[in-house]
Design a protein around this ligand. Structure first.
Ligand SMILES: [Zn+2]
Length: 311
């Protein structure tokens, strides 16, 4: 929070929560069935390792799935598809009692155990980059403001919201508690140049081609155009996309009750699956300090206060 006493309030937001699973049922044989918490994908779950979060600490487990040798021999010979009611976790326990002795109970949260790893050519993979990359972006704003000793003529609230993945509650909290005049929302979007995506429907957005800026009824035209103009002036490539998805629209609408949301987002080829992010650090060749309005009356015309290279 910077200048909390200021009447004019600007929020820059990312959401810090991630999708996961809940333990839903423990079988007498010691297998664990789960339900979704957010948009977790059963199609990628089989054979993935997980962390079960318990009061006794992390318990390791793996999503089981019949081997290729056996699964076609049962039933009608058709390939079974992973569904929430047929995927299960094996933590090594041989009975419900052994599961419970590890501290696991119905309601425990389960996350994939993927860690941060660098790929090649400035790319990386990690879990929950949706939307920790946004959290990194807004943290960079705070760092650059501090290092460049920038003074702001407005109140700046740097918010890592929670519960976005499960009903957009974070946006609601911001709208009700902070009551900002302007909100700039960061999130990730899809790299639509990856296979099996229809560009006629999803548009063309590509990792490395700069941030994607959203058009839509809930986005303030003047502020969005200011961001696009500023990016052009600063030689930052951008792409544009019409409002992405009903959830994003709802999130914006929630904020729109009191604010003017914008949504710069960074493309990622596989959201809610294996996240492959695009680290464009250094690609622009120079690292700009923040550009800020020099007078309070320019509030609605302030330039994008975030020079972070992801945008
Ligand atoms: Zn997100």
């Amino acid at each position: 929070m910077i200048n909390p006493e200021a009447a004019f309030k600007v929020v820059i937001e990312a959401h810090a929560d991630e999708i996961s699973w809940f333990v839903n049922y423990i079988s007498p044989e010691g297998l664990i069935y789960v339900i979704r918490n957010g948009g977790s994908d059963q199609a990628i779950a089989p054979s993935k390792r997980v962390n079960i979060h318990t009061e006794k600490g992390i318990v390791k487990a793996v999503f089981g799935w019949p081997a290729i040798h056996t699964r076609l021999r049962s039933g009608d010979g058709k390939e079974p598809q992973p569904k929430v009611d047929n995927i299960f976790l094996d933590c090594g326990a041989r009975s419900r009692k052994e599961v419970e002795e590890l501290g696991i109970h119905v309601g425990c949260v389960v996350t994939f155990d993927d860690l941060f790893e660098e790929l090649n050519y400035d790319y990386f993979i990690c879990r929950a980059i949706d939307n920790r990359i946004g959290g990194f972006m807004i943290a960079e704003v705070a760092r650059l403001l501090h290092e460049n000793k920038q003074r702001l003529p407005f109140g700046l609230y740097i918010v890592n919201a929670v519960q976005e993945e499960v009903g957009l509650r974070g946006a609601e909290m911001i709208a009700k508690r902070i009551k900002p005049n302007v909100a700039i929302i960061t999130d990730v979007t899809h790299d639509t140049t990856t296979p099996m995506i229809n560009k006629n429907i999803e548009g063309e957005i590509k990792c490395g081609a700069g941030p994607s800026i959203t058009y839509g009824p809930a986005v303030h035209n003047i502020l969005r155009d200011l961001i696009i103009k500023t990016a052009k002036k600063e030689d930052i490539p951008t792409s544009c996309t019409p409002l992405a998805g009903a959830r994003a629209q709802t999130r914006m609408r929630l904020l729109t009750r009191t604010t003017v949301p914008l949504r710069p987002s960074s493309p990622s080829p596989a959201l809610h699956a294996h996240h492959r992010g695009d680290d464009q650090k250094g690609r622009r060749g120079k690292h700009h300090p923040p550009h800020l309005p020099d007078a309070a009356e320019h509030h609605t015309e302030n330039q994008l206060p975030v020079p972070v290279t992801f945008w």
